[in-house]
Design a protein around this ligand. Structure first.
Ligand SMILES: CC(C)(COP(=O)(O)OP(=O)(O)OC[C@H]1O[C@@H](n2cnc3c(N)ncnc32)[C@H](O)[C@@H]1OP(=O)(O)O)[C@@H](O)C(=O)NCCC(=O)NCCS
Length: 166
């Protein structure tokens, strides 16, 4: 598959089912994200609608009718923190390592810049070396570590907090 067969574009309301399938596939791997299965269709629809209404950057990678990756940046609802936002992302396993994650995060961060965000934060598990490499390449700074902040199936991991200033 040529990587240019994968398109990067802002999400649309019609993407809800395909987005949920994509997020579910990555969550069920259990290693990388905070939840182990996706939210319901209704919850996903509300999340997408809110992002569109509030102009939160939410970009997807599509291959034909499939969504194979996403990157969302949600504004902090607390008034004194409304210049801040939290980033989440993922790419379906069989599409990784082809530049899709980098295209997604660059598009979403540029959108965030246009929307006037100043600070984009994220949490990443210590063992997720691939994601650490991507965020380092983009220019995220390391802010701190929540030691043993993750516990799943009795196993701990540290949670690293990163930030990107726009
Ligand atoms: C992390 C993730 C989003 C990266 O997306 P991707 O499409 O695989 O990454 P890309 O192909 O765009 O690679 C971009 C950069 O990521 C890093 N990277 C990608 N694959 C890597 C690998 N196997 N080992 C180490 N670094 C890797 C490199 O820095 C790479 O830049 P380079 O090609 O110049 O070396 C993707 O692997 C993923 O979805 N992982 C599971 C979910 C997840 O971890 N989400 C983030 C939670 S914080």
């Amino acid at each position: 598959m040529a990587s240019d067969a994968v398109a990067i574009r802002p999400i649309a309301l019609g993407d809800v089912v395909a987005l949920r399938d994509c997020v579910d596939a990555v969550m069920r791997e259990r290693h990388y994200l905070a939840y182990q299965e996706a939210f319901s269709i209704e919850e996903t629809k509300a999340f997408v609608a809110r992002n569109m209404r509030e102009r939160n950057p939410h970009w997807v990678a599509t291959h034909g009718p499939r969504i194979v990756g996403w990157c969302d940046i949600r504004r902090d609802p607390i008034p004194v923190q409304s210049h801040c936002a939290v980033l989440g992302m993922g790419v379906v396993d069989s599409y990784r390592g082809r530049g899709i994650g980098e295209r997604l995060i660059r598009a979403a961060l540029e959108d965030a810049r246009v929307q006037g965000f100043e600070r984009v934060e994220l949490s990443v598990y210590a063992k997720n070396t691939r994601a650490h490499s991507l965020y380092r390449k983009i220019g995220f700074l390391h802010e701190g570590i929540r030691i043993r902040g993750k516990k799943l199936d009795g196993e701990y991991d540290d949670v690293h907090m990163l930030v990107y200033f726009l």
